[in-house]
Write a protein that binds this ligand. Structure first.
Ligand SMILES: NC(=O)c1ccc[n+]([C@@H]2O[C@H](COP(=O)([O-])OP(=O)(O)OC[C@H]3O[C@@H](n4cnc5c(N)ncnc54)[C@H](OP(=O)(O)O)[C@@H]3O)[C@@H](O)[C@H]2O)c1
Length: 275
């Protein structure tokens, strides 16, 4: 099945847009069908020079040119950005609206934009830039199956995508996978520091940690075993790995992860109220 192509316009050229657009172009999506707007020019210039996509400092110009509008600004700016689009873009209800913002729900967008919009919410993550993203998707009851196919194909082009049943699940997915790269970087940095503290220079310590993380992630994704079983396989009784793992277990790593995810879900829910 061929990938459906539509004119897609990103409002906001921040980290997430750079990751998604970079991944889309790398996976063969035609750059002349990608439009991006941003108030300042540096990020636009980078996108134009490196990826040859269409850019503008004017959100309305990009929204008018696009069949699919991706809202990619910070949640606290969403109301103002939408209000401007609502009052200026012609035929907004004929376009598919996609938001990648954490927290803000369909009913808010209907208030901000138009009661009749068709909408899909996406919760992507930054590994989209290297084609290894994980995007959660949820559609409202107006988006068509062609809309859903288009968005699924688009985000599959930059990794994998998963449909969730409702917006509560999207908040949870965001707290695990949207925020997840930061958790992994945090953990990797602690391992790197541990190696440095024992005498390795930064470059060697980093290489050890990142190659180990990559290898472990690949092993997990190529295996049908549970993660706990994969862990057991590399943990001989009485060996050095068992000693190291024991330290994490005594510090209750499981509870720390549960608390981290709950804190991020709570923040998503707060943002739904705030913005
Ligand atoms: N980063 C993640 O891992 C991640 C994951 C999932 C979802 N998200 C969501 O993705 C959205 C964007 O996040 P981000 O990390 O890409 O943020 P970001 O790097 O701060 O990018 C936001 C961009 O919006 C631009 N902007 C500001 N005002 C604007 C306006 N009025 N019209 C158009 N663009 C405007 C900013 O431009 P200037 O810099 O010129 O002000 C900036 O380039 C957020 O809603 C976030 O919740 C992010």
């Amino acid at each position: 099945m061929t990938t459906p192509i539509r004119k897609i316009g990103f409002i906001g050229a921040g980290n997430m847009t750079q990751s998604i657009v970079g991944g889309m172009v790398a996976s063969g999506y035609p750059a002349d069908h990608i439009f991006v707007s941003n108030p300042s020019t540096a990020k636009l210039d980078k996108l134009k020079n490196e990826l040859n996509v269409q850019t503008s400092q004017d959100n309305v110009e990009i929204a008018e040119a696009a069949e699919v509008i991706v809202l990619a600004v910070k949640p606290q700016l969403m109301a103002d950005v939408c209000e401007h689009l609502r009052t200026t873009v012609t035929d907004l209800e004929s376009k598919l609206i996609v938001s990648i913002a954490a927290g803000i729900r369909f009913d808010k967008y209907r208030n901000y934009l138009n009661e009749d919009i068709r909408m899909i919410r996406v919760m992507p993550n930054t590994p989209s830039l290297v084609g290894e993203g994980l995007s959660g998707l949820v559609s409202d009851d107006r988006a068509t199956s062609a809309d859903c196919d288009f968005i699924e194909h688009t985000f599959n082009g930059v990794g994998k995508s998963v449909w969730v049943e409702n917006e509560d699940q999207l908040d949870i997915l965001g707290a695990v996978a949207g925020s997840g790269p930061a958790y992994f970087f945090e953990f990797m940095a602690t391992l790197q520091k541990a190696a440095e503290a024992l005498g390795f220079d930064l470059d060697k310590a980093r290489e050890m940690v990142q190659q180990t993380a990559l290898g472990a992630a690949k092993m997990a994704s190529h295996s049908d075993l549970e993660l706990a079983d994969l862990r057991s396989q590399v943990t001989s009784k009485g060996g050095s790995t068992a000693k190291g793992v024991e330290v994490y277990q005594q510090a209750n790593l499981e509870q720390i992860s549960a608390d981290a995810v709950r804190a991020a879900v709570k923040r998503n829910q707060e943002m739904a109220e705030l913005f």
